[in-house]
Design a protein around this ligand. Sequence first.
Ligand code: FE2
Length: 141
Amino acid sequence: MKIYEIETLKTLTVNDLKRESAVTALEQVDLKEVMNMISSGKYASFDEVSIDENTPDELLQKFSKEHLHTDDEVRYFLSGNSVFDVRSASDVWIRIEVGERDFITVPKKLYHRYFAPDKKAKALRLFTGTDGWVPVYREKL
Ligand SMILES: [Fe+2]
């Protein structure tokens, strides 16, 4: 995992990230731990998503446009490279490059965008509720 401010390229730690944006990022998480979280009832449901060469560009463009959700966006990455940009408390973009075994929670109502630079990523999506998974865009599409 690599975390930095986009404009200054200043490297941030996981703790900096938490302080600046309230995003929780964990590295080297075992799938077993994630399954334990699910079975403990912490999340209402989960599914697996996959991005590959057949994924329509229109769909990826929806993810990469700045948006927020009314529920936390929780992802456990199984493979591939992914990028989350999140707005810090001081309105600075922070980039989080994640890969296999990284676990990230983007809190509800935090503006963010997502990219799959290699068009190759697999992740578990964990949901705390059954609704709220509708993106709210900062600008009209
Ligand atoms: Fe999102």
